[in-house]
Design a protein around this ligand. Sequence first.
Ligand code: NDP
Length: 291
Amino acid sequence: MQILDGLLISQHIKDALKLQVAQLVTEGKKVPHLAAVLVGNNGASETYVNAKVKACAETGFKSTLIRLEDTISENRLLNVIGELNTDIDVDGILVQLPLPKHISDEKVINAIDISKDVDGFHPISIGKMVQGISTFVPATPHGIMLLLEHYKIDTRGMHAVVVGRSNIVGRPISILLSSNTNPGNCTVTICHSQTKNLRELCLQADLIVAALGKPEFLTGDMVKENAIIIDVGITRVPDASKKSGFALKGDVKFSEVAPKCSYITPVPGGVGPMTIAALMKNTFKACIDKN
Ligand code: NDP
């Protein structure tokens, strides 16, 4: 069994971006600028946004964090997005999800200028991704593909089972894995809460992407020998032994699954850091495409 070390590979990606940013500076060009919008004070969202801002600092990107009260109206938030759209210094806009219930995720995502849609959630970005046209690929699926690519895992012809069908993880990764690319060229089964015989389907899988948000859901008896396991889940589980009061759990029961599989991503240190690295790559692309 080999660990797919997202922490290490994301560092390689950030180091490479840092060199590219230094080159832009040498040439007198502007550096990439990410604007992150955080509504409310959800602890997990705060952690994710802070990690993204920190990654910008590490790589030499400019970042602006816009904090807004969770009572902000939808219209006011849409105005903020409008201002960022027209700000020529801003290359990428990220709105941390989830948003408060009274605000439509869809309206907010659709309001982002597609040239700045570094999260890749805009329907036009998704449509382009489906058709294999160059675009911003959503950061988590993009990060997973970068990880598979880095470890030179030949996924051609594999049966991939994706558990979860969200617009930000399950659906896009199922499309990428089934694309005529390398990595890719898998035969993909996408599962969700209504899937029957999930265990049997997982047992047929050469590669499983677990993205359902249920801690330690995928157990050893659901995985065949030598399967490749990508654990996307991150759930805060109360843990009195931790200073923070919680532990981060993936969707995979690591202690049972790891001994059986060929490759596995840990939680933390797997898909999470790769998501940030992919976001940084998208922001760099947004900056370069503009010039
Ligand atoms: P969502 O809640 O949007 O989607 C969960 C999906 O899992 C749904 O499609 C749901 O099915 C399916 N599901 C739920 N329960 C079951 C079940 N018992 N059996 C089969 N399928 C099930 O979650 P996200 O996609 O946003 O996130 C998934 C996990 O990944 C979360 O833990 C999240 O925190 C984490 N995450 C991690 C990231 C990272 O950077 N590492 C980035 C983004 C997310 P249905 O559609 O039928 O409801």
